[in-house]
Design a protein around this ligand. Sequence first.
Ligand code: C2O
Length: 502
Amino acid sequence: MLQTLDRRSLLTGSMSLGALASTVALGGCEDFFNRIRHRPVRRNVATLDPNGSVIATFKNAVAAMKALPSSDNRNWTKQAQIHNNHCPHGNWFFVSWHRAYLFAFEQICRKLTGDASFALPYWHWQAQPSIPAPFWGTSTNPLFDSNRVATQSSVADSNFIGADALQGVLDNTNFELFASGSATQLRPPTKVYGALEGTPHNYIHGTFVQGDMGAFMSPLDAVFWSHHCMIDCMWVAWNIRCGNANTSDTTWTGFSFTDFFDENGAATTISTLACVLMPLLSYRYDDPLIGHGTCPSGASPISTTPPPPARGPWTMKKAEEIDRDTLRKFLEKGRPSKLDIVSRLPIGRGLTLTPGRPEASRAPLQPGQLAPVLAGRQRLLLNIAEVKQPPEKDAFLRAFVNLPEASAATPTTDPHYAGSFAFFGADHGDMPGMAAGAGGGVSFLVDVSETVRRLKAANQLGDDAAVAVTLVPVASPTAKGPPGAFSVGELSLAFNNVAQAQ
Ligand code: C2O
């Protein structure tokens, strides 16, 4: 089965998968497949001995990078500048660019420490909702960052990283709803956050950890790397475990990243093809079934659910028994991700949301307009567009459907609750490499079909004559004052035909 990873695809990704590919080129197939079989394992940091070898190597690597002169591209600050100057956010390059970034960084860690089996540990926020112990201490710990707002005892909000929240992220079968909106360049003027980025990712950065993590120099805080391994692990779970396809759009599949440096500090190019195969070739996560999430939408909590059958085109067995040929083709090919929007329903414009005064907007429905959504033939997508957050950036938004009186006091266990959305970095999209003021703002695209179906089943949907959306600004627990005003340029619902199993 392993022989089916053909030479072409390996060589296409050879710049980044250098060591493996050159082994093939030299004809060392047995050795090559052994390296794949025994590729380094990224482990849950909570399961590692804080005084053990993985954490020690991580610390040594970071210390070594901090000690390198700034002329060396592997220097710690230089590495963070790569992120500051190039990281894509609010679009579909988010997942692939950050995977490539972790890959290049991990190679540098291995080289600088001489530990070829090193793999970055991941921070499983759902299982451990506080910043893990190895990242604390004093300035003598290279993994510590004194600029954080979160303390060692701060606990992350389960509405963003709890079992239900992560299940909600994994339930998005469409690539753009999962991994953020389409784009043709890394930093286009408009950001459209999907579920993975808009909920756990942004929250951990901008609302929970804060400090360096709240802005684009965030990799200065070493917890960035373990946070992003968890994001990457979620993508592996979604894509490889659950068999949800990445987009087949050639703008995405044909993209190459030129922003990274290899283990010697030389510029390197990493293709998207290499990125999608990395979890099969260069590293894996400790639990091949990942341990978070049931694949189809299920009622059971993430952490206690036994692995269900995958719905991918292969038979899921133990990780090393997967039909790799089928899996590789599936990963390389993807599936169309463009959302087929059949109609749009504007529900509000130019909204200002001030604390204590949530904004409820209501739009009339045609008779029977919700029927295809209730029957599962359409999705109902809530588009919260052109959002500007208050300058303090220590607040987030919650959305409720058909509960006009919802407020910050409404529990998120209420069946009308549809989701929580957080911010990261500049909300106008102004970033290096983009003309100042060119930003078209930030949007969140959220599937509220499940909420509507749940309300219907509980007889709480109302008369079907209108749908109401209430956006509630909420101050984060670490906020110094009540949240300032949010503005939302446009609030609308879109009816999306569910086709091609997206
Ligand atoms: Cu580009 Cu979580 O950051």
